[in-house]
Design a protein around this ligand. Structure first.
Ligand code: NI
Length: 262
């Protein structure tokens, strides 16, 4: 069984002391590839260095919406330049977060559009974070799609069927995290059951959001197996079938990872 953790933050201080052990545990749990995700351009070198330590790891380039006030992008140029590195396979994470509002919504929107332009220019998938911003997220994705297609996914999907449907209509994929295992996530499981299987990915978003039975602990890529087991159940598949499916979906969407096996 080979799973992919399509979204984790392995440059975060939570992994400073034991990253090699974390990666060993993930491989033992069947994880065969990782994408570590950039949240600030000023951390990009560190994110890239983490990806370069491991043969089976790639990374993204982008500015999280939380950081849009400090280093949101107004044009795609810096993102496009950094995305040229063979280890960089995705653009993000970007998007809108009106729940925490760590950054001004207008700054988040401007930076989101710059990331979309970078995804369009490079052909690398856009990695979208959306929280309490469904209408604006979908409106911007649809408006930008009208200017030219771009590949992408909604990461850590935890919102409504409306967002899933409209993202799927734009050709995007949906990545499910440990949230889908939470006891109170029945509405999310209903959405997940109705997703087209060929658009489903799995991720941890480690160090955050550990799935049951480790909820509340530090999350790590090995735990993607627990999310995958839950999703397999929802889609009526065996864990092996789900691993084959989601890994194939990952390499179809993030095709640069296939072209540049590290
Ligand atoms: Ni993330």
């Amino acid at each position: 069984m080979k799973l992919v953790d399509s979204h984790c933050h392995l440059d975060f201080p939570e992994f400073e002391d034991d990253l090699d052990d974390v990666i060993d545990r993930a491989r033992a749990a069947g994880v065969g590839a990782f994408q570590t995700i950039c949240t600030r351009l000023r951390k990009f070198e560190q994110v890239l260095a983490t990806a370069e330590r491991y043969d089976d790891m790639h990374c993204s380039v982008g500015v999280h919406p939380h950081n849009a006030d400090e280093e949101g992008q107004s044009d795609p140029d810096a993102l496009i330049a950094l995305a040229a590195h063979p280890k960089v396979i995705g653009i993000g994470e970007t998007g809108l977060d009106y729940y925490y509002r760590h950054s001004d919504p207008a700054a988040q929107q401007r930076s989101f559009r710059a990331h979309i332009a970078a995804a369009r220019a490079t052909g690398l998938p856009l990695i979208v974070h959306t929280r309490d911003a469904d209408e604006d997220t979908v409106a911007i994705l649809e408006d930008e799609a009208g200017k030219g297609a771009f590949p992408g996914l909604i990461h850590c999907f935890s919102t409504s069927a409306m967002v899933a449907e409209r993202a799927l209509d734009l050709g995007m994929s949906i990545s499910l995290s440990g949230i889908v295992t939470f006891r109170n996530a029945e509405a999310l499981r209903d959405v997940a059951r109705n997703l087209p299987p060929e658009r489903v990915l799995v991720e941890t978003d480690a160090p955050f959001l550990a799935p049951v039975p480790n909820r509340g602990k530090r999350n790590e890529p090995a735990f993607v197996a627990d999310t995958a087991a839950c999703v397999a159940d929802l889609l009526g598949m065996t864990p092996n079938e789900l691993a084959t499916l989601t890994t194939s979906n990952f390499f179809t969407l993030f095709s640069k990872a296939r072209a540049n096996p590290a």
